[in-house]
Design a binder for this molecule. Structure first.
Ligand code: ZN
Length: 280
């Protein structure tokens, strides 16, 4: 199943350009927005398998973030070996570095992003996990059971804020307005060709700058959910940006950063693409 945030309303997609409104189709039992769907995830999934409704045409510009108001929003760092190497950090062994992608930075899949004035904004293509069931101290091997679905995201990063000071400021450097885009829709794991190994690419003004596979993650989707749930309680609708493959701009010689007027497209196999236009 594919589920979209269309103008603030939950819509089940029947194609890339059409779907049906959840609240209307369920007679008000589910919806109208995405957060209420995550809160009722198990009941919703059972109902949705047989659901249908009057067709709604999808306007791509009306698509919003698949989880617009998560209780918690996480970023995972250093989760692909070649990215660890290019970043110059040590490889995480027991637990990856985890930081907040503060909620006010979350944006839809096709929104224009205002670059931080005088900043050094970089790209990070990432698979985004959306939680569907409460999780705390869960059984090993059950991480995927707590996931509603996945979507495409960018962990846009302003490197000066991120790396200045006595300790890195990952949370703040990656939480400027619009710096956590996600979409274009949620895809449940059963729809994916291989939920643990999807091609992920990032293109800046037509040049492919990242090209990896989620199967290269040091901590898999299931590992991330299980590791986080050892410590915090995960809530339905929580989102996790799961780390980026190699090819970011700040570790290049010379450094390459996003410029006003440039266009960034991030694509994940089996899900789709998001595109950001950047302005000064
Ligand atoms: Zn990242």
């Amino acid at each position: 199943m594919r589920l979209a945030n269309h103008g603030g309303r939950a819509v089940i997609l029947t194609s890339d350009s059409s779907g049906f409104d959840l609240e209307a189709a369920s007679g008000g039992r589910f919806g109208p927005d995405l957060p209420s769907v995550y809160d009722a995830w198990d009941d919703f999934v059972a109902w949705a398998s047989k659901a249908s409704g009057p067709a709604v045409a999808i306007d791509r510009q009306a698509l919003g973030p698949v989880s617009p108001r998560p209780f918690q929003s996480f970023g995972v760092g250093l989760n692909y070996d070649e990215h660890v190497t290019e970043s110059g950090f040590a490889r995480p062994e027991l637990l990856p570095p985890v930081f907040p992608k503060f909620q006010s930075s979350i944006a839809g899949p096709f929104e224009t992003v205002t670059l931080v004035p005088g900043g050094r904004t970089d790209w990070e293509a990432e698979l985004v996990i959306v939680i569907g069931r409460h999780a705390h101290r869960i059984e090993p091997g059950t991480g995927w059971d707590h996931v509603a679905g996945v979507t495409v995201g960018q962990d846009l990063s302003e490197r000066t804020t991120q790396l200045q000071g006595p300790a890195p400021q990952f949370g703040l450097g990656k939480s400027f307005p619009g710096y956590s885009p996600q979409g274009p829709w949620l895809v449940t794991p059963d729809e994916l060709p291989d939920r643990d190994d999807l091609r992920i690419t990032c293109e800046l003004d037509g040049e492919i700058v990242q090209n990896g596979r989620t199967g290269q993650m040091i901590f898999s989707v299931a590992d991330i959910v299980e590791k986080l749930a050892e410590i915090v309680t995960l809530h339905p609708g929580d989102v996790v940006y799961s780390g980026t493959p190699a090819g970011v701009g700040y570790s290049r010689q010379p450094e390459r950063l996003i410029q006003p007027g440039e266009v960034l497209t991030t694509t994940i196999e089996g899900i789709g693409s998001i595109t950001q236009h950047f302005v000064a």
